[in-house]
Design a protein around this ligand. Sequence first.
Ligand code: ADP
Ligand code: ZN
Length: 801
Amino acid sequence: MSYLAEVIVDVPTMQTDQPFTYLVPEELQEVIEVGMRVEVPFGDANRHIQGFVVGFPEETEYVERLKPIIRTLDLAPVLNTELLQLADYMKETTFAFKITCLQTMLPSVMKAEYQKKIVLKNHHHPVKEQFFATTDELDWQEAEERGLFKQLKNLREQNVVEVQYLVKNKNKIKTIRYVKSLVTAENLADVQAQINKRAKRQEQLVATLVENAAQPVAFYTEQGISTSVLNQGAANGWLTFDEVEAYRDPYQNRTFERTYSLKLNPEQEAAVAAILAAEDQHKSEVFLLEGVTGSGKTEVYLQTIASLLQKEKTAIMLVPEIALTPQMVERFKSRFGEAVAVLHSGLSQGEKYDEWRRIERGEAHVVVGARSAIFAPLENIGVIIVDEEHEASYKQDEAPRYHARDLAIWRGHYHGCPVVLGSATPSLESRARGQKNVYHLLRLSHRANPNANLPTVEVIDMKNEFVHKNTSTFSRALQEKISDRLAKKEQIVLLLNRRGYSSFVMCRDCGYVLPCPNCDISLTLHMDTKTMRCHYCGHEERIPHRCPDCGGDKIRYYGTGTQKVEEELQQLFPEARILRMDVDTTRKKGAHERILQTFGEGKADILLGTQMIAKGLDFPNITLVGVLNADTALNLPDFRSSERTFQLLTQVSGRAGRAEKAGEVIIQTFNPEHHAIVLSQAQDYERFYQQEMFMRHQSGYPPYYFTVKISCSHPEEQVAAKRMYQIAQQLKAELSSASILLGPIPSGVARVKNRYYYQLIIKYKQEPKLSGLLREILEISQRDQRQGLYVAIDNEPLNFI
Ligand code: ADP
Ligand code: ZN
């Protein structure tokens, strides 16, 4: 029993980034546990905020000044000891506030939302009738809508009303109302006598109640009985209602045929055995499973998990959001059934919360999900898998800037269980650790389906096409192969690489490109909505008819949007059935799934899309993959651009020829001699790894160096720049001479949402003082925040621009 509690409060600042002590009121003393959310007063007594209980101190110096906890928001901890410790690790390594880390771990419905209320202090005050209804409270928003602020302000000055801030608990549990029949053989005659003779519906109800006398039934309405008839029945004493808690199951209308383990090939078997052996010895070993596309990595995951489930262990499998296709979910659901919980951004908040509860209660033992699924509150974890470990989406690009792979490894240590990082194209960082035996390297060198081979890849130099007067998006070779596949009724995937590339409008007379008014970037043309849109701040405007600069009317569209390519493709192949998948066609919930399903069912010949088609598709009838513009990303000033291009080309090529039918890939490029293109043609990851490592070594980039990015932003350019230069000076004075500072320079997009960004990158090998120094910088920056200056620290940034 504790009468004091330490609470981390929902105020993300440096000053409040530590536990505050509160009194535990008597009625809560037996209730409150570490890891629960509570509502506490903070600062001004009327302000209530959410907090997390993190400890129970024995004593404190200032008991008389302490305030009591107001109420608990949970009846059981929502964060266990492990996750609370993980939050500490995250805070240390990402330079984020603890409260931000704690909130990131929970479904968003459990994040605090605050309600502002105006409360009448004296119940008998004459203004009650005028402003307040039956209660003495008035919702802030309602007061605003009714235009009462002026009067209320006066009343507040007279101390008649006060403003209160309350915590709103949003995690609503869904219930289903069951109907339980009270009609029995004994009372049936009485009940029938009660029926109003003209009421057909009552007769029908009683008949149904007799039919379902044995057990409660949820959906009487489906049998044509309305709620009002049921209510009447309840009033007559024929039935009772029972509210039963229910889960919102996003897959409830789908059935999954049960599948069983395939016979593994020797390489797969060795991989499963090595992972299981580590688990058996409680070793938190990290495995890097490097397997060519289609080599059966997923089957390795499935069988590893199956063995561990038999030992009553649980498992987490992370998948990049975009690869979390229905096909992937199906493979897990059909193998493990009810034991699987799926977490991804396509779920509603309520659905996510329900999946989370199934996990937390120990009802789901396998969690498949995108980045944040790493926080799944599983106990007794036997393995954590990070599929496509090289994917940049595993790193969160806002605070806390964590990498799910690092947290997976931390949790592996905590549970003494193996962690498996899988990829056909591992990140250079991970592959290098494999080289140094920090990670245990496992290889799958050929396709698992004995009838499948890696596709043949041909590189087409688009400069040549121009020479031969072909100005189409499609090279002659690709056009020929498309016709061929259409004739054979085989399927085609076409990738339009959107990285470093977009469609825009330009004035042919003066060259004016429409800029965003808030950001230093040109607006992107969206043909579906016929608008110009900013991809940074969301600003939207109509496509201009005249040039805003010179007044000329020669506004032209530039760039190859997917829609434009689709039109061109349709003209070339009028008979082809084309599906387009890009941000425009997948905006609606479930659209992504529908497109893939349609394609999988063979209802289209060509799937044309952006990066989102590169992953996870396993359709046997795809025999041709075309990459329309392989090199648009190669010119980006980011040292990872070759790596990303190689990964993308390999991933998308991997969609071809996954079963009996041989696959072919055409890569169109203007840089046919670039090593990322040449080696993706050879599908030789290992050689790419060696060449790229050599270049990283030469130019001093990760994995030879660690990196930290610091950025400053402010509405005025000089203010941001000045602070950045101060920070640079401080770093120069304190860091060793072996460390290198890049910058300060304006960020890649120098102005976003009317704020100017400056950045600085630190490259270092060993810098024991750095982390303390960065904390200091953050602390000082907190003071600047009042002047609108923000400083952000990104440890191991994935974007350098
Ligand atoms: P990856 O995850 O490496 O891309 P998958 O696990 O998706 O590979 O496997 C590719 C294809 O090979 C799938 O259709 C899968 O069913 C099949 N497959 C995997 N393992 C085997 C095996 N041992 N024997 C036969 N087919 C297999
Ligand atoms: Zn903008």
